[in-house]
Design a protein around this ligand. Structure first.
Ligand code: DI6
Ligand code: FE
Length: 411
């Protein structure tokens, strides 16, 4: 494959000075702003982030980069994507715009099954080649960590192929990839409508094989009337627990089946979508420390009108992250900057909530709260440097990319 990235984590000491920092350190109020700040990195980790005047003296020996007053944020984190997929569903989009019903689209070979067919037909190299431009679009906006799910293979070989393609994407570019096994995404055509039998296959066979090969960092499911019931998802989560993998869930996107509570009961890293989540769900998530991952791209694209209950999440202290949900069917989106704008405009999130949602909170949603998502000593030296006068510009603009530089593990 061309464009193979051969660098390693940065060993030398580097300093970015003359910068304004939005650190998102929990110890500081708001965005954790430091005016006249500096960040020092050593061996791929942040060794100092704070006022330039207080920087340790070894900085004198370091390679120094003058940021000329630019803003530095933590590298952005997209914590929910289906980035590895084959083909697209633009034809289906066109049909729906012309007034076709869901059934007509399905009869014409559209819908999620068409993405399953396309993925099964593509080899692993082809899958990587098709997915790289989407990854590059995210990286161009300062993404340094992303999650990638399987879920369009729906049999053991094709789910493994998807997860291997995701791992290869992480080796092809300077970026951290976390994978999720989403075997319980949809019913494959060959299952003949037998959801319980397919869940058996996912929970008893596929999940343990995927786990044994170290292909998944987490297990996801789609709990919905059109997908799998809470009882079926619980069987998948029991198997994940037995395999020692954390869980997350597509929950309460189109109806309230109690998905948020189910996720919380299993101590899920995150519950995602959540348009139809009620107060009991929010309370359960707060207690379990389950992050609410909001996906305004899908909300926008399917013209949903019910908004996720932000007031409940705020009142009960549920962490809120934001992600693209990049997928061919309901969110063909590869921009975290636009995602933030949508979250502000459509959901009423504040600038601080949006930016924390693609940094600190997104790190928590991936179980990386101790490793990434803030500018503080000990964390990975993943930075985004921006040509903006204030952080609000990152949320305010639409279709404009002010990224000046992206640093992954100090490089
Ligand atoms: N939620 C969705 O909206 C999508 N998957 C999911 O879990 C739909 C994916 C698709 O249509 O391809
Ligand atoms: Fe999704």
């Amino acid at each position: 494959m061309s464009g193979q990235w051969k660098g390693g984590a940065g060993a030398g000491c580097r300093v970015w000075r003359n910068a304004r920092l939005a650190t998102f350190c929990a110890a500081l109020p708001g965005m954790g702003v430091v005016e006249r700040g500096a960040v020092m990195a050593q061996n791929g980790r942040i060794s100092y982030a704070g006022p330039e005047a207080d920087m340790p003296t070894q900085a004198a020996a370091a390679e120094t980069i003058d940021c000329e007053g630019r803003w530095i944020t933590p590298g952005l984190i997209d914590c929910h994507t289906h980035l590895v997929h084959a083909g697209d569903r633009a034809g289906e989009f066109e049909m729906r715009l012309a007034g076709a019903s869901y059934e007509e689209v399905a009869r014409a070979g559209g819908g999620i099954v068409s993405s399953v067919k396309a993925l099964r037909a593509a080899g692993q190299d082809e899958l990587v080649t098709q997915s790289l431009p989407r990854l590059d679009a995210l990286l161009a906006e300062g993404v340094t960590t992303l999650e990638i799910k399987s879920g369009y293979g729906l049999d053991l070989d094709n789910e493994k192929k998807s997860l291997r393609a995701a791992r290869r994407l992480g080796e092809s570019r300077p970026v951290t990839v976390r994978t999720s096994f989403l075997g319980a995404h949809a019913l494959p055509p060959e299952a003949g409508g037998d959801r319980d039998a397919y869940i058996d296959l996912v929970a008893k066979l596929m999940l343990s094989e995927v786990a044994a090969e170290g292909l998944a960092d987490a297990v996801d499911g789609f709990c919905e009337g059109i997908a799998f019931s809470p009882a079926q998802i619980a069987r998948v989560f029991d198997a994940a627990r037995a395999a020692g993998l954390p869980v997350k869930l597509h929950a309460d996107q189109l109806s309230n089946l109690g998905g948020a509570e189910l996720a919380a009961r299993y101590g899920a890293l995150s519950a995602d979508h959540l348009e139809y989540t009620d107060e009991a769900g929010a309370v359960a998530m707060a207690r379990a420390g389950t992050v609410a991952v909001l996906l305004p791209g899908a909300f926008y694209f399917i013209r949903e009108t019910k908004k996720p209950p932000l007031d409940l999440f705020r009142r009960h202290g549920v962490r809120m992250a934001l992600a693209t949900d990049c997928n061919p069917g309901t969110s063909p989106l590869t921009s975290l900057l636009l995602t933030m704008n949508m979250a502000a405009t459509l959901f009423g999130m504040t600038v601080e909530e949006c930016l924390a949602g693609v940094t600190r909170e997104a790190a928590h949603a991936l179980g990386l709260g101790g490793e990434a998502g803030t500018l503080e000593a000990g964390k990975r030296a993943d930075l985004a440097i921006w040509n903006v006068g204030r952080p609000a510009e990152l949320v305010y603009r639409m279709g404009f990319n002010p990224l000046h530089a992206r640093i992954w593990r100090g490089q």
